[in-house]
Write a protein that binds this ligand. Structure first.
Ligand SMILES: NC(=O)c1ccc[n+]([C@@H]2O[C@H](COP(=O)([O-])OP(=O)(O)OC[C@H]3O[C@@H](n4cnc5c(N)ncnc54)[C@H](O)[C@@H]3O)[C@@H](O)[C@H]2O)c1
Ligand SMILES: [Zn+2]
Length: 398
């Protein structure tokens, strides 16, 4: 801890307290997480105290459970086998999967009550197994119960394995505002099991790939080339190709959080949110009928065309980007892109203002100056946005 004695403008003396807290958490990439000979979960639990039985409560996404009817039995068998290290204080608690769990704050309170009932303390664990929505809600519960109990994430969708699950945020929706209540709170460990992803529905498998295209475009041209070269196996969800996509995408997200200088988003920029300003609005305008990844794919295409029209990106790159997204299975058009308010304002442009408000400070949007290189701008030209929308519309009509 450092004490700095300094003077304010009014010559009052103050003490500026400074300290920093190092964070670290392991991310495992595995398969067959609940096979009894897979040690990943035990290793994660025992990371700080090796010779101890660790108390855990598991919250399990009911959609994941329905798609894997034997999962509960497999978890039971795993826990029995590793009883020297794991004390599962109750059978896994099934919680609503998808946006439902984030849309009613009472679910948060119910889960906090569960942790209270089972006397989960700050050295015990709240484990979330499920999609990004369940991870977000359980993450909030873990971060706020006793001011923070240990939280292990087991993401089960492409999006949650390659993006949200390796991040440091949680949250639920309130007053109709997405992620209005939440915290920045790194997990204790993350366990990515590719087998969960393979059992996902087609639509969710495709949707999660948008984040990989996004992060490749702003950070890693080599990864973008790989995505193009492997578009066929990815479009048919070949396991090896999906595993590589998820791993590289997760690594790039982790690198940004660990080395980007602003893990808790104190500034005005969100460098990894390329294509997201319009995506967030599109999700809301369609009352979440368009999945996050589907909206991001459209947002990527829109901002690629905008980057070209504003002279930042060489012409032709936007077509290449659209081809890849379409090859992976995305549709790059939605009529809500053209929606206007009663006063005639393009709804999407209101999304720009909302994007700024969520972060605070100056509007900061990431565009492209090349494939693999993101560039920040601080204003968007309505006319060029309209031209970009018209271009997307013309493409899908041709
Ligand atoms: N915290 C962050 O940094 C961050 C970042 C991006 C997105 N998110 C949030 O993530 C959420 C979206 O997450 P998502 O895309 O993972 O989807 P999701 O959590 O909404 O799940 C989609 C559906 O799939 C089901 N499901 C989950 N895993 C399954 C599996 N393996 N097999 C079959 N069904 C399964 C769920 O029950 C649900 O019905 C949004 O709420 C979004 O706001 C958070
Ligand atoms: Zn996203």
């Amino acid at each position: 801890m450092v004490w700095v004695q300094t003077k304010t403008k009014s010559e009052l003396t103050l003490h500026l307290q400074q300290f920093s807290v190092p964070y670290e958490f392991p991310v495992y990439f595995t398969e067959g997480l609940f096979h009894t000979d897979n040690s990943a979960l035990v290793d994660a639990l025992c990371r700080l105290e090796t010779d101890k039985r660790h108390k855990v409560v598991i919250f399990l996404d009911d959609g994941l459970s329905a798609a894997n009817p034997d999962l509960l039995a497999r978890i039971d068998a795993y826990v029995d086998h590793h009883a020297a290290y794991i004390e599962m204080v109750a059978p896994p608690v099934l919680v609503p999967g998808g946006e439902k769990i984030k849309s009613d704050i009472h679910f948060v309170e119910q889960m906090q009550q569960t942790l209270y009932d089972y006397r989960i303390d700050r050295h015990s664990y709240a484990i979330a197994i499920g999609g990004g929505a369940v991870l977000d809600a359980v993450g909030l519960v873990a971060a706020t119960t006793h001011r923070g109990v240990r939280h292990i994430r087991v993401p089960s969708t492409v999006l949650s394995q390659n993006d949200s699950g390796v991040g440091v945020k949680n949250g639920v929706n309130l007053y109709g505002a997405k992620n209005y209540i939440g915290t920045f709170s790194p997990p204790f460990a993350v366990l990515n099991d590719i087998d969960f992803v393979m059992g996902l529905g087609t639509r969710d498998k495709i949707a999660g790939m948008a984040e990989a295209v996004k992060v490749a475009l702003i950070r890693d041209a080599g990864f973008f080339d790989w995505l193009e070269q492997n578009a066929d196996p990815l479009a048919t969800f070949e396991k090896q190709a999906m595993a590589h996509l998820i791993r590289r995408c997760a690594e790039l997200h982790m690198h940004q959080i660990g080395h980007g200088g602003d893990p808790f988003e104190m500034g005005s920029a969100r460098p990894l949110d390329y294509g997201h300003w319009s995506a967030h609005k599109l999700e809301g305008l369609t009352r979440y009928h368009v999945r996050h990844g589907e909206a991001v794919a459209i947002g990527i295409a829109l901002d690629a065309r905008y980057s070209v029209l504003s002279g930042l990106l060489g012409a032709g790159a936007e077509t290449r980007i659209c081809f890849l997204l379409e090859h992976l299975g995305f549709k790059l058009w939605h009529p809500a892109l053209e929606k206007r308010t009663a006063e005639g304002t393009l709804e999407l442009m209101i999304g720009l203002q909302e994007f700024r408000e969520h972060l605070g400070g100056e509007l900061t949007i990431t565009l492209l100056s090349d494939i693999g290189i993101g560039i920040e701008v601080h204003q968007m030209d309505t006319d060029l946005v309209l031209q970009s929308i018209a271009w997307l519309k013309a493409r899908q009509e041709s």
